[in-house]
Design a protein around this ligand. Structure first.
Ligand code: HEM
Length: 414
């Protein structure tokens, strides 16, 4: 990166405690001011906050690459600062190579493939709710472990380890870098889980089973089988994408519905409203707040003098509150339609797991509304993630409800 001045210069750091205290306010200030700007935080990066810039940059892979480069340090290219990670495929590739791998992922994440997972998603959801339903109180974040266990089960990784996968991937995105939880995740848990994943990949090559890892080891690119390294890069991305995002969405939606019991009653009375409601929760809460790209060539982008190698943050969450695109963007309107939100990203890298994310969110929200229709949340005891710059959500959601009956025998529950 060259030392030339960038402008406009803004005060912004999506990893700071100030940002975490009010991410919506920080982005609103930027949108109502210069919209785009350069911050010196984390070695320096551009921030794009308005819908049009985020949309345009996300669709221009030539200028805004997702490829792993050495700009901004070593590690995962789509976050700022980069975190140490194995190369994630296909999110860290650009077309044309990108397409060869995305095609392989699309086959297992297309609507028809995800529909076949419905029974499994419903079973895990029932098990989780069963584990607390007789008590009349629980931490709702424990129920929201469902996306993690579904992802681990689907891939074919050891199901009893689901919490360790969930905790480690969550810590990398939501704990402050250098904190004990971050260090535990990057230095202990992720290397341990990586060894486990390598083992499973080798086992599935030898003895295929009915799971995603067995499917991946039989796939080909350029007329040759995927290497173990490539399979690892795909699985690691599916775990990272699968475990935190849906939990973040559902936890925020459930807290909001506890505050807005009139809307909750409408959803209980007419579950068909949930389809649009989930799109609106996606827009409003934007579980993946912002992701990064790297500039490939010197360019003037809407008046910003960008230089090759500059890092750029695309704020999906801010685009989703752009008042020029959404009426009353700071209000949740579960009937909002059309709803062209950017919560799943934009362009070729648009979320490969969107259908699974929607299935899990709807199953979880509708099951909680059906089985705990009167739940209340202890708002004073709510605890948010320490860092809200990439994934927003809660560490703890203490809740009470009228106890109900289990649906499965005790032995089958988590
Ligand atoms: C509410 C749930 C989810 C949200 C909000 C979300 C958000 C996103 C976003 C914003 C991107 C774009 C990345 C970029 O442009 O750099 C993305 C990509 C991706 N997501 Fe999701 N995601 C969700 C659920 C899932 C699930 C359940 C999975 C998998 C099991 C998943 C797997 C992926 C993958 C593989 C990519 C990379 C796609 C590519 O590069 O072609 N996501 N997601």
């Amino acid at each position: 990166m060259s030392d030339e001045k960038r402008c406009p210069v803004i005060r912004f750091d999506h990893n700071s405690p100030e940002h975490s205290a009010d991410p919506v306010g920080a982005y609103r200030e930027l949108r109502q001011g210069p919209k785009r700007g350069w911050t010196d935080a984390s070695g320096g990066y551009w921030v794009l906050s308005d819908y049009d810039s985020v949309f345009e940059a996300a669709r221009d892979d030539d200028i805004f690459t997702s490829r792993r480069t050495d700009s901004g340090g070593e590690g995962l290219s789509v976050v700022i600062p980069k975190t140490p990670m194995h190369l994630h495929i296909p999110i860290e590739l650009d077309p044309p190579d990108f397409r060869k791998y995305r095609k392989i992922v699309n086959r297992i994440t297309a609507p028809a493939a995800i529909e076949k997972m419905r029974d499994m998603v419903e079973r895990h959801t029932t098990e989780f709710i069963d584990s607390v339903i007789e008590q009349g109180e629980c931490d709702l974040t424990s129920v929201i472990g469902v996306p993690s266990i579904v992802t681990i089960d689907w891939l074919g990784l050891p199901i009893e380890e689901w919490q360790r996968y969930s905790r480690a991937h969550h810590a990398v995105l939501a704990e402050p870098q250098g904190s004990p939880a971050f260090e535990q995740a990057t230095k202990v848990d992720l290397p341990y889980l990586a060894d486990q994943m390598w083992d499973v990949i080798r086992q599935r090559r030898a003895e295929p089973q009915d799971d995603i890892i067995s499917y991946l080891v039989t796939q080909e690119v350029d007329d040759r089988p995927l290497t173990d390294d490539e399979v690892f890069g795909i699985i690691d991305l599916l775990v990272a994408g699968g475990v935190g995002t849906t939990a973040s969405l559902v936890s925020q939606a459930l807290v909001w519905l506890a505050e807005h019991t009139d809307v909750r009653q409408r959803l209980i009375d007419d579950p068909s409203l949930l389809d649009r409601a989930v799109e609106e929760f996606l827009r409003f809460f934007s579980p993946t707040q912002a992701l990064a790209r790297t500039v490939t060539t010197d360019v003037d982008f809407h008046g910003c003098p960008m230089k090759a190698g500059d890092r750029v943050l695309l704020a999906w969450s801010s685009a989703n509150r752009d008042e020029t695109k959404f009426d009353n963007p700071d209000e949740i309107d579960i009937d909002r339609w059309p709803n062209r939100h950017t919560a799943f990203g934009v362009g070729v890298h648009r979320c490969a797991g969107s259908h699974l994310g929607r299935l899990m969110s709807k199953t979880l929200i509708s099951s909680v509304l059906e089985r705990m229709p009167d739940y209340t949340v202890d708002f004073a005891a709510l605890k948010r993630y320490p860092r809200q710059g990439v994934n927003m959500g809660y560490v703890s959601i203490p809740a009470r409800f009228t106890p109900g009956k289990r649906l499965l025998p005790v032995t089958e529950t988590v």
